[in-house]
Design a protein around this ligand. Structure first.
Ligand code: PLP
Length: 339
């Protein structure tokens, strides 16, 4: 029996606090979703089907969702922020934009997911993980394919690399923080300034560059490796690369918004989203991250963290309000201003 097919009553009998709708508002959940649209929709529909709680979902990139929640702080409109990179979730936690909640599901989660909860004072939790890298179009790059971050500076890739803007995109902020941790801050900004010569476009969404590579609009997209694999699995000539110098990774996260209008529905969604069945919805919708529930099946195509030369990403520092704000300001001044 899977949770996926349970009625709301049976779901409640398993120990989940399903909000029984007493008023029109009680059976509604406002979900801010920061993974790709297809997975956001599948999650919303499955939750709605299983609990009867009507989901109003909006999809925005991680940095944009953080900014929206900050802008709405005086009168919060969202209940749960599900998905997106962990750093802006940690920033929201530090700023009190999200609420403390300890889910009974915590004991079923990977260590990195629990650490995310501990770092935030239980205001966020890890729901998936994935390593940063890039993907190239093997029909456009037929010789000497790039294997390292340094290779992306090659003049033969002029105007043929895309990455997102780190203000809107959590993927791109992960890259910025990764470079700072790999190289040192000044060296990282020098690298990004040099890379700028090869960048044709800073996209709004983190995964847009690999969709552009899949169609041949660009040769290389800097993205999470699982986003590159998603294109390969769908038949695009994309090769995912784990950069030779080492790389960072994300702990995709979930938070309940402080003073959410529907707190019971928010907690019901939160517990449900940590179940194996809910986490397996990703793989069925072209998403190949590592799920945080130890009992959820890891998709066969998912790049394994242990196969990648990962840095010891300092989530507490790079997810802090001061550091994220400061690095984005420096990026605007030194890199964004070149665009
Ligand atoms: N989509 C997928 C599949 C992701 O893994 C992530 C990262 O958490 C995102 C989207 C986040 O996108 P963005 O970089 O636009 O914030």
């Amino acid at each position: 029996m899977t949770v996926k097919h349970l009625s709301a009553a049976a779901f409640a009998a398993l120990g989940f606090a399903v909000a029984v709708p007493a008023t029109a508002q009680a059976d509604e959940l406002v979900l801010y979703c920061s993974v790709q649209e297809e997975w956001c929709r599948a999650m919303s529909e499955a939750f709605q089907r299983e609990t009867g709680i009507n989901v109003l979902m909006t999809r925005r990139s991680s940095g944009e969702t953080y900014a929206q929640i900050a802008a709405e702080a005086a009168q919060p409109r969202g209940d749960v922020w599900w998905g997106g990179t962990g750093d802006p979730h940690l920033q929201a936690a530090q700023e009190g934009l999200t609420a403390e909640y300890v889910s009974p599901m915590l004991g079923e989660l990977q260590d990195w997911a629990v650490r995310q909860a501990e770092t935030s004072g239980n205001r966020t939790v890890g729901i998936y993980a994935g390593g940063l890298g890039f993907g190239y179009n093997s029909e456009l790059v037929t010789e000497d394919p790039p294997a390292c971050w340094a290779d992306l500076l090659d003049p033969r890739f002029e105007d043929d690399v895309q990455v997102a803007n780190p203000n809107s995109s959590g993927t791109s902020y992960t890259m910025l923080a990764t470079m700072v941790q790999l190289m040192g801050e000044d060296e990282a900004f020098a690298y990004l300034a040099q890379l700028h010569d090869n960048i044709s476009q800073y996209t709004q969404s983190g995964s847009a560059p690999i969709r552009a590579a899949a169609t041949g609009e660009t040769a290389i997209g800097i993205v999470f490796m699982h986003d590159a694999v998603a294109q390969t699995v769908q038949g695009a000539p994309i090769v995912a690369v784990a950069p030779c110098e080492g790389t960072g990774y994300e702990v995709g996260s979930m938070s309940i918004i402080a003073d959410a209008p529907n707190p019971d529905a928010a907690r019901t969604f939160y517990d449900w989203a940590l179940t194996p069945a809910a986490q397996e919805i990703g793989a069925a919708n072209n998403s190949f991250q590592i799920p945080s529930n130890l009992n959820a099946a890891t998709p066969e195509a998912a790049p394994r963290l242990e196969d990648v030369n990962l840095i010891d990403y300092n989530f507490a520092l790079y997810g802090s309000s001061e550091e994220r704000t400061r690095l984005l300001q420096r990026w605007d001044a030194e890199i964004g201003s070149l665009a």
